[in-house]
Design a protein around this ligand. Structure first.
Ligand code: SF4
Ligand code: SF4
Length: 419
């Protein structure tokens, strides 16, 4: 029996009956859901998960373990939003449901406490910068190759995803009057310093002055995806204050961009910041939407695969601007791949919490990319870059995988260094 609750027993402010009522159970999203395709279970499809959430919030009981399992197995890739003709806001429904699960699971068990700790750790730029430096040393000394042979499977997988840093970490320079304000990010700031500096150059070439507030925080996307709603709202409030009254806020990470665009909705019930949060959401742009000038042309023809990040394509509807920028570089041949918008399995911490599904999606993505015989793979999200790099490496391929802004800035350098 399908349940359509009019009143819901929800402690999370983000589980809303109107959102839950949008799904008409047509099933048109099923074939586009990566977890349904891999796990072949209705409860691991968007329609099945929405029904589980409806049943969960119809009472205030602690959710069953199987419900939690199916809801946690969702990538929050939002491919179902693209497929859904009824405009179901699945991303925010799932974030609300996970917060609800966390609130009803108090006191938190060891697993929940460990997840909260993991999210907290991976969103600290200083700690990430330290890990990135260790990862670099690790690679240079060859310990990484040895570790892959001797570590147990799960640890070897974590090791393969360590972000070897691009140069020094990015240091935000505050210039409140600048027209473009860079969202520094956590992983982007610590491990993708060269990409962030390339983005600043690209914005300057496109006529912007560029700043980046020193007091900005992690955007909170990983916290929201993990059910840590209160912490996510705290971080959102801090960023609303940090970017108040400034110009365009530029994101270089699809997940951060999609999440900051949702601040208006996230903080709509907080009268102290609701208006400023909505204003910030309206000012957020992906770098590919504002950059208009590219670097030096390529000396030869280069086959490029552009990998759509889920939170850029499904989360923000951005598909054309990155491809248009790549086409502006003379010498670039854009090669399409099969299922270009299927998740690569990265999805925040998903590749650590659900390694089997993540590895299968990674294997499928690497296969689709290698079938296109690219010279380089370009994406606009750090998680996808790390996941695809590891996937191509596991497949025995030596193809550089870099951020769009870094490639546009100096494509020849990327190709010669095999970054
Ligand atoms: S989420 Fe959308 S596409 Fe999927 S079953 Fe519900 S209404 Fe249909
Ligand atoms: S967000 Fe992705 S994994 Fe989750 S139900 Fe939708 S399509 Fe499936």
């Amino acid at each position: 029996m399908r349940i359509y609750p009019r009143y819901i027993a929800s402690a999370s402010p983000h589980v809303r009956p109107d959102d839950l009522a949008t799904c008409v159970s047509c099933g048109l999203c099923l074939n586009d859901c990566p977890t349904y395709r891999v796990m072949d279970d209705e409860a691991d499809s968007p329609r099945g998960r929405i029904q589980l959430i409806r049943e969960m919030v119809a009472t205030s009981a602690r959710p069953q373990a199987s419900t939690v399992e199916h809801l946690e197995a969702c990538l929050v890739c939002r491919a179902c939003e693209t497929a859904c003709p009824s405009l179901v806001p699945f991303g925010r429904i799932m974030e609300g449901a996970r917060e609800e699960i966390a609130l009803r699971s108090r006191p938190a068990g060891l697993r929940e406490a460990l997840r909260a700790r993991l999210v907290d750790l991976v969103t600290r730029p200083t700690l990430l910068a330290f890990i990135a430096r260790v990862a670099s040393l690790y690679e240079r000394t060859g310990i990484g190759r040895v570790a892959q042979r001797v570590l147990p499977r799960r640890l070897a997988r974590m090791e393969s995803l360590l972000p070897a840093p691009e140069g020094a970490p990015f240091v935000p320079i505050p210039r409140p009057e600048a027209g473009a304000q860079l969202l520094a990010g956590c992983v982007m700031r610590a491990a993708f310093g060269d990409t962030q500096r390339a983005t600043v150059r690209a914005l300057e070439r496109s006529g912007f002055t560029v700043g980046s507030p020193a007091d900005q925080e992690c955007c909170g996307a990983l916290h929201a995806h993990s059910g840590l709603g209160e912490r996510a709202r705290e971080l959102a409030r801090a960023n609303v204050r940090a970017f108040a009254g400034m110009g365009t806020v530029v994101s270089t990470a699809a997940g951060c961009g999609a999440h900051t665009r949702s601040y208006g909705w996230l903080l709509a019930d907080d009268p102290a910041v609701a208006e400023a949060a909505a204003d910030l959401s309206r000012r957020v742009r992906d770098a590919s939407e504002v950059v208009t000038a590219v670097g030096a042309p390529l000396p030869r023809g280069v086959r490029v695969v552009y990998q759509d990040a889920c939170h850029l394509a499904h989360g923000q509807g951005i598909r054309k601007p990155p491809r248009d920028l790549l086409r502006m570089l003379s010498g670039v041949e854009l090669i399409p791949i099969a299922d270009p918008e299927r998740c690569c399995g990265s999805a925040g911490t998903y590749n650590l919490t659900h390694p089997e599904v993540a590895t299968e999606l990674q294997r499928q993505k690497a296969g689709a990319i290698l079938a296109a015989r690219p010279d380089v793979v370009v994406s606009a999200n750090p998680g996808c870059i790390l996941q695809i790099r590891a996937g191509l490496e596991a497949a025995g391929a030596d193809v550089p995988v870099v951020h769009l802004m870094r490639f546009l800035d100096d494509p020849a350098a990327v190709l010669s260094s095999q970054a």
